[in-house]
Ligand binder design. Sequence first.
Ligand SMILES: NC(=O)c1ccc[n+]([C@@H]2O[C@H](COP(=O)([O-])OP(=O)(O)OC[C@H]3O[C@@H](n4cnc5c(N)ncnc54)[C@H](O)[C@@H]3O)[C@@H](O)[C@H]2O)c1
Length: 228
Amino acid sequence: MGMIGGGEGSLIGPVHRMAARLDGLSELVCGAFSSDTAVSVTTGAREGLERSRVYPAWQEMINRESHLPGDVRPHVLTVVTPNHLHYGPAKMALEAGFHVLCDKPLCMSVAEAIDLQETVKRTGRLFCLTHNYTGYPMVKLAREMVLGGEIGPVRKVVVEYFQGWLSSPVEMTGNRQAAWRSDPSRAGIAGAMADIGTHAFNLAELCIRTRSGSPVGGPPFSGARQSP
Ligand SMILES: NC(=O)c1ccc[n+]([C@@H]2O[C@H](COP(=O)([O-])OP(=O)(O)OC[C@H]3O[C@@H](n4cnc5c(N)ncnc54)[C@H](O)[C@@H]3O)[C@@H](O)[C@H]2O)c1
């Protein structure tokens, strides 16, 4: 795999790298880890990458890597940048023939989401949006119980996700994760709803929808709207 974002000091990129290594089936081969080339180079060196495959810009990485032989180029690119940099890299990567793993939230607008959906269909590549909580045993059990009918038809779903670290202006203290999350031009206009609400929405949807997409419980949910 190749990685866009996830430079030294970032939050979710290192988690993706660690998770990808758990089963020993994937290997990180290239990266554009940061908009700061020095950070990208340091990260690449720590990850044991060849210097020639650590890039100062994601566009250059996608271009150059897509021209490498099939047994050398990555199969999948992982996008772990702030929200405003999901759509562009994901679209370019799909069009260059890579499968894409992208962290939540999908992108900045419904128009971008619909365009990505069309790009996935057109290119025939796989696109995986990672909401990590779906892997937790308790969440899997909850889904099994609901889909197995153990709680009867679902009439109402109450879902909460508590988080408090942004309740004070930590972006003023140089916290980089807070800096982009409190800036609508980089986080999106949905703010905390996109950052954390998307996890709550994903968990609720996971537990009430079958694989074919139909909701459990019939009529009470028949008018439920599925967000793109
Ligand atoms: N699934 C989860 O539980 C979870 C948790 C945290 C974050 N996230 C998501 O992951 C994404 C990143 O969040 P984070 O907290 O890791 O942010 P972060 O600020 O810690 O890391 C972002 C990384 O992207 C890099 N970057 C920025 N611009 C770049 C560019 N032009 N080219 C290459 N790299 C660039 C930064 O240098 C940094 O390394 C967000 O979309 C966020 O919503 C998901």
